[in-house]
Write a protein that binds this ligand. Structure first.
Ligand code: MTE
Ligand code: MO
Length: 482
């Protein structure tokens, strides 16, 4: 028997974020979620949905499409929508306030994979320089760019394990802590996903080519220094602290191990500048955490909270999306809790340019001296990178689809940017000239890091349905030279 009342849409709309009680609907069912709001793991972003349908938001925050979440919602059921307000049995989709309307303008040379949210890769022509100009740096936004107003008004809150909070402005960070510059590469876990799809089977996610990776010099203060100031004993920290969670202003969140957060050689930073300029809005203005050597998903932008905790971040980007499973696992049979979140990343490399060079131009070049080349050659260029601060020690290139291999020349830039104690947080640029007669069918590249890790030849054996960490040999047809 349906003893619950029928509720008009207009009444639901009155229980919006200005009201004292918050209602939402899903299908034709209405819920009073007032008591749930303070417990919502994603925080206050839930208030965007109140007074209307929850569904447009669950299509963005897909972690909610899950039995446990449906069950929580059902506890707050208060009635059904009056059939007079239904069209074909459903409430009309309401117009949601456009959260993307204050997104910044972007450089037109970026290769856009999706525009709302903005996901755009660095063009190959810009991947050949060691430092990526900020406006060419790839953009990976899961949601909108939050409008945080002035840097002066922004606050970073550190929540300690006992729940106590300490708050800093960006000016406090600049004034009270030693400033550092770190040159570090950020790589999205989906970089080269399109190659996994092409080399094996379809994968879920943005089909990035080789440009979801870029390098910048970041300026800021060390997270460990700020944590010490906030009251954490770095020598004998509380045993209960296992993770440092990061919360972004638009609702994105992720976490890293507490060990990495306070590692003297981990170089985790709170950064406010990129390549000597204020952080651009797309890259986290006014404050971002930089977690060098980890997948870029952990370098949370628009940072407003650090939580020291016994638990990982509860966000979908920690608990779900950024994990790898065996080739037999698919979205219908995955158990997300079976795999750890991706943190440090494996070895990666790519060919970013292929140029035909005539012998006379080559004769006096350093390449000719290294390789003794006089005849017509093809010059290949690219990048190589490994996570965990592991240095790239070698890049091998094959001009004949993997039969014979040549060693590329590693360009020396990064020697200038880090002192001897610092780990290798930045990619290496490499170059190789190959005589035209040696070419056959496909060029391939693979790199080797200081632990002698390298890259798999094919994609099938490590295919994962989310297409993460796609680092099979990068192959380019010999015919692509220009
Ligand atoms: N931080 C917030 N707040 N929101 C986001 O969507 N995306 C993450 C990470 N930090 C993201 C975020 C992911 S998956 C990547 S790859 C990097 O930011 C991208 O950083 P970039 O846009 O500066 O290149
Ligand atoms: Mo990413």
């Amino acid at each position: 028997p349906n003893e619950r009342p029928l509720i008009r849409l207009a009444e639901i709309q009155e229980h919006n974020r200005e009201a004292g009680t918050f209602w939402v609907y899903r299908g034709d069912r209405v819920y009073d979620i007032t008591d749930w709001v303070p417990n919502h793991p994603g925080g206050e972003v839930i208030l965007r949905a109140v007074g209307g349908s929850i569904e447009p938001y669950w299509n963005i925050f897909t972690i909610h499409q899950n039995r446990d979440v449906y069950d929580i919602l059902e506890q707050y059921f208060i009635g059904n929508i009056d059939p007079r307000d239904l069209v074909d049995g459903k409430a009309p989709a309401r117009l949601v306030d456009d959260p993307f309307k204050s997104d910044p303008e972007r450089d037109s040379s970026l290769m856009v994979r999706s525009s709302r949210p903005c996901n755009a890769e660095t063009p190959a022509s810009e991947l050949g320089t060691f430092i990526t100009p900020a406006e060419k740096f790839y953009v990976r936004n899961h949601l909108w760019v939050p409008d945080v107003g002035d840097a002066e008004d922004h606050r970073l809150t550190i929540e300690l394990i006992d729940g106590e909070e300490v708050t800093y402005s960006v000016a406090d960070l600049r004034k009270n802590f030693r400033e550092y510059n770190i040159t570090a590469t950020l790589q999205c876990s989906g970089n080269r996903r399109a190659h996994m799809t092409a080399g094996s089977r379809p994968t879920n996610g943005l089909q990035w080519q080789i440009g979801a990776i870029s390098t910048a010099t970041w300026t800021g203060v060390r997270l460990r220094d700020v944590l010490a100031h906030a009251g954490v004993d770095l020598n004998e920290p509380d045993e209960d602290i296992k993770h440092a969670q990061f919360v972004g202003a638009e609702a994105y969140g992720a976490s890293i191990s507490f060990d990495k957060a306070i590692d003297r050689h981990g170089d985790v930073m709170l950064v406010y500048a990129m390549n000597g300029q204020a952080l651009p809005r797309d890259h986290g203005y006014p404050l971002r955490v930089l977690v060098p050597g980890h997948v870029a998903a952990r370098s949370v932008k628009w940072l407003n909270k650090v939580i020291l905790s016994g638990d990982e971040s509860t966000s979908q980007w920690q608990k779900r999306d950024y994990k790898c499973f065996g080739p037999n696992v698919a979205s219908h049979n995955v158990n997300w809790d079976d795999a750890p979140a991706i943190q440090e990343t494996p070895v990666q490399s790519a060919i970013t340019g292929v140029r035909q060079v005539k012998g006379d131009r080559l004769r006096d070049s350093d390449l000719a001296r290294v390789y003794g080349l006089e005849e017509e050659s093809v010059v290949l260029e690219g990048y190589a990178f490994a996570g965990g601060g592991r240095e790239i020690i070698r890049v091998d290139v094959s001009p004949d689809n993997g039969k014979t291999w040549w060693q590329a020349q590693l360009l020396p830039h990064d020697k200038d940017v880090h002192d001897d104690n610092q780990k290798a947080w930045a990619w290496k640029q490499w170059r190789l000239a190959v005589p035209t007669h040696a070419l056959h069918e496909h060029f391939c590249v693979k790199a080797v890091d200081e632990s002698y890790n390298s890259q798999p030849e094919q994609f099938d054996a490590f295919y994962n349905f989310r297409g993460n960490l796609a680092n099979g040999w990068h192959r380019v047809p010999v015919s692509s030279r220009s």
